[in-house]
Design a protein around this ligand. Structure first.
Ligand code: ASC
Length: 150
């Protein structure tokens, strides 16, 4: 039974990835999709940043709403780094494709740090949120430094 459930879960994951890849009729569509996901992620992560930096008052409920969106968005962009999407309206560096394993590891680190920020946000403890917010920011920056053009 356990094995069957694992197989079903693996199949569901594979189907999701295939559907995501199949949804891009043209390379530009994949580029737009991943940029949109990063934009929305950055916007909602930034709203938490405003609280962390004291630019807006801390609101635990608003932080939770924002981290839920940022966490969901963090999972979306990477299926769109497909072959043929290194050209066009993109700042993606060619190293993404020549170092795909490293790129995926860096993406996965960001997703893990974001998930930890999600957990920290649910505690409602601003100090915990601040500490983890910094780690997510570092994981964003690591990818930007290596894989995003100026
Ligand atoms: C943000 C945002 C990013 C990251 C990055 C961290 O708020 O939009 O892309 O933090 O600047 O270095």
């Amino acid at each position: 039974m356990h094995k069957l459930m694992l197989a079903a879960a693996a199949l569901t994951g594979l189907m999701t990835a295939l559907q995501a890849a199949a949804q891009f009729a043209k390379p530009e569509d994949a580029i737009k999709y991943r940029k949109a996901a990063f934009t929305v992620m950055g916007s909602h992560f930034g709203r938490i940043g405003a609280m962390v930096n004291g630019r807006v008052p801390f609101d635990a409920k608003a932080a939770e709403t924002n981290i839920e969106i940022a966490t969901t968005m963090s999972k979306l962009p990477y299926v769109a780094f497909i072959e043929g999407t290194d050209k066009g309206e993109t700042r993606a560096k060619p190293e993404i494709w020549s170092e795909m394993d490293k790129f995926r590891t860096a993406a996965s680190t960001m997703q893990d740090e974001m998930a930890k920020l999600n957990a920290a946000t649910k505690t409602g403890n601003l100090d915990a949120i601040k500490a983890q917010f910094g780690k997510v920011g570092q994981s964003c920056k690591a990818c930007h430094d290596n894989y995003r053009k100026e």
